[in-house]
Design a protein around this ligand. Structure first.
Ligand code: SF4
Ligand code: SF4
Length: 426
């Protein structure tokens, strides 16, 4: 792992505030790993806040909910932060925020009696997915096909610039603890670790002072990149390796991100579907970087305007962090369930330089946290030699972007390895 410049000072002390409500939201039908949803509404329908508007007939998917109340005005192709473009349900906000009638608070006695199946059903109905970026439906992760005895709560937030998880841990400690108790109830695990990097002293102190009905171990990790990868966390905390091609549950472990845990708390305690999330809107181009609570489907240009005015034109706008995030071609793109950050980089920070030939310095091999040889997978991928890419274990790449960051020749290593992974998965 590697120490990289963090840039977190721009927002780390900024309390989460609500972004202005968007006039129109664009809710893509794909915001999760698995089957793309189909609309359950048609143009002209009036919808309530939190109403389910899209679903699928498949094993792996997560339903989508209205993030404002109002009228469905279109179901059309729209920019998507990961896929480029995707069909989206467009809702014109009526400004009333009228809730669907089923939103309520559960009483403690009812909460205590919830079975694992009932918790999973609530989490599924609420449309919760891994909010650290993975977007795997959480209800499936709560139904491990193999016995698990260890739960790790990922509060590492090792991506530069992003501070939304850190603020959640400081401002919603009690709620996150309640969310962890629900996961414990659901998974039946005994060992619980909450992992936080040492660059978040306020969050560490919040959890060390927070009373809890169950015991957990607070793990303070030395800040390094990419500490927050599931396999890296497991290795650092438990000194166990997840074998190549396997998943954490194969060794009895499950990892959930803090924002996901908070969403589970909101779903179970308040019956609130996932229709908003915390987004760090940041970068030196902005006058007023912020941590914002944003309705899903809000175009990022509205967030940029809210955190502006711009001090200089950004050379690159990234959704997610600068290491693992995706550069966007338009600011019309909306926030989706996995969008933890909107980062605006100027020309210097964007490091837009021409690719040169590999100088065989070995930096990418030395530092790859997955123990791969990125330079060789890159060559195999460029030549479309997929058998070689497979032999070099391209599928084990966690897409952390560290090889790109370190490469003096500015080789687009991660992009080509992602392509190889995609080809190999077909
Ligand atoms: S090959 Fe993958 S895991 Fe290794 S440094 Fe590059 S992006 Fe990260
Ligand atoms: S870091 Fe770049 S230049 Fe160095 S070996 Fe890897 S690909 Fe080649």
């Amino acid at each position: 792992m590697f120490k990289i410049k963090e840039h977190k000072q721009l927002t780390e002390h900024k309390t989460i505030i609500s972004a202005p409500l968007p006039k129109i939201v664009y809710l893509p039908l794909s915001q999760h790993l698995g089957q793309i949803c189909s609309p359950e509404v048609t143009i002209g329908d009036v919808v309530s806040l939190g109403q389910r508007i899209a679903s699928a007939q498949a094993k792996i998917f997560s339903p989508i909910h209205a993030s404002v109340s109002g009228k469905v005005t279109a179901i059309q192709d729209w920019p998507h932060p990961v896929l480029g473009r995707c069909k989206a349900i467009v809702i014109e906000n009526d400004g009333k925020d009228s809730f669907q009638p089923s939103v309520f608070s559960r009483q403690q006695e009812e909460l205590d009696r919830l079975t694992p199946e009932q918790i999973r059903a609530i989490v599924f109905e609420a449309g919760i997915v891994g909010m650290g970026g993975a977007t795997f439906p959480t209800h499936i992760k709560l139904n491990s096909p193999k016995p698990v005895d260890t739960l790790i709560i990922n509060g590492a937030e090792c991506e530069p610039y992003l501070t939304g998880d850190s603020r959640l841990m400081i401002e919603k400690t009690e709620e996150i603890i309640k969310g962890i108790a629900l996961l414990k109830q659901c998974l039946g695990v005994q060992k619980i670790y909450i992992a936080i990097e040492d660059n978040k002293p306020e969050a560490i102190s919040a959890f060390s002072l927070q009373p809890s009905a169950f015991s957990f171990q607070l793990i303070v990790l030395k800040s390094a990149y990419p500490q927050g990868g599931e396999k890296q966390l497991i290795k650092n905390i438990l000194e166990k390796e997840v074998p190549s091609g396997k998943l954490p549950f194969d060794i009895g472990v499950v990892v959930h991100n803090v924002a996901t845990v908070y969403a589970v708390y909101e779903a179970v305690y308040k019956n609130k579907p996932l229709y908003e999330r915390v987004v760090t809107v940041t970068g030196s181009c902005l006058t007023n970087p912020q941590n914002l609570l944003v309705r899903l489907g809000t175009p990022i240009k509205e967030l940029i305007d809210f955190c502006g005015p711009l001090k200089e034109e950004p050379a690159k706008i990234i959704i997610g962090g600068p290491m693992m995030g995706i550069a966007q071609y338009t600011a019309d793109v909306p926030v989706i369930k996995s969008s933890g950050g909107v980062v605006l980089l100027n020309k210097k920070e964007a490091r837009q330089q021409e690719e040169e030939s590999c100088i065989r310095c070995g930096a990418c091999v030395r530092e790859c946290p997955a123990g791969l040889m990125p330079c060789l997978i890159n060559l195999a991928s460029e030549k479309e030699m997929w058998d070689e890419a497979k032999a070099y274990k391209a599928a084990d790449c966690i897409e952390c972007g560290l090889c790109n960051y370190l490469c003096p020749a500015k080789r687009k290593l991660t992009q080509s390895i992602k392509r190889a992974k995609l080809e190999l998965s077909r």
